[in-house]
Design a protein around this ligand. Structure first.
Ligand code: MN
Length: 216
């Protein structure tokens, strides 16, 4: 996940400069083709994700609070409207890092093992999960995110607008799909349903979801 590097300026030892860093993509930029093109992934990672990170690092130089991790920054800034710029950029950095790892070139389709058992316990069937996830993705008006989360030992799907994330409420997500238009417009234009279908059928990384589940 995103790490923060503390650097002390030796000429003025009381000045702290904190920098978050962009995590490497877990695959090549063309690895999700033909479902998500190299062009989309390049813009999404190098312009959008890196852009949020650059803004966050700029804002953190004069942040009114100290925090040791990106999650700390998100939780602290989410409590006060005054810090909305910090919140939006911090959460978008976190959400995108989480999204890249929620996909895999070898992903998609019905999971097996632990994740299938959890899906069946929580939704009754894999098809019910797909329907609920897709309906939430379609129902998110404007920009946002669709999540698979763990709450009280069961899986749930939930959506958040703009930069918001379940971690603000201390809820642990296992997967996320970015439904901002910039995630899919070049390939799918306004056809968000097609993008959600491709995400579930060809990209979703159940191995990572299981690893996240086992680390909670
Ligand atoms: Mn995005």
């Amino acid at each position: 996940m995103v790490k923060r590097r503390r650097v002390r300026d030796s000429s003025s030892p009381n000045v702290k400069m904190a920098q978050f860093q962009l995590p490497l993509l877990p695959y090549e930029k063309n690895a999700l083709e033909p479902h998500i093109s190299e062009k989309t992934l390049t813009f999404h990672y190098e312009k959008h994700h890196a852009g949020y990170l650059a803004k966050l690092n700029g804002l953190m130089e004069s942040a009114p609070f100290d925090a040791n991790s990106l999650e700390d920054v998100i939780v602290q800034s989410s409590k006060n409207e005054e810090y909305s710029a910090i919140f939006n950029n911090a959460a978008q950095v976190w959400n995108h890092s989480f999204y890249w790892e929620s996909m895999s070139p070898k992903g998609g389709g019905q999971p097996t093992g632990v994740m299938l058992d959890l899906i069946l316990q929580s939704f009754g069937s894999y098809d019910s999960f797909v329907k609920e996830f897709t309906n939430l993705g379609m129902g998110q008006f404007g920009s946002g995110w669709v999540w698979l989360v763990l709450r009280k030992d069961l899986l749930h799907v939930t959506k958040t607008p703009n930069a918001h994330s379940p971690i603000e409420q201390g809820i642990r997500p296992l997967l996320v799909c970015d439904v901002w238009e910039h995630a899919y417009y070049l390939e799918y234009q306004n056809r968000r349903a097609d993008y959600l279908s491709v995400f579930l059928n060809h990209l979703v990384n159940w191995e990572k979801a299981q690893e996240r589940f086992q680390n909670i």
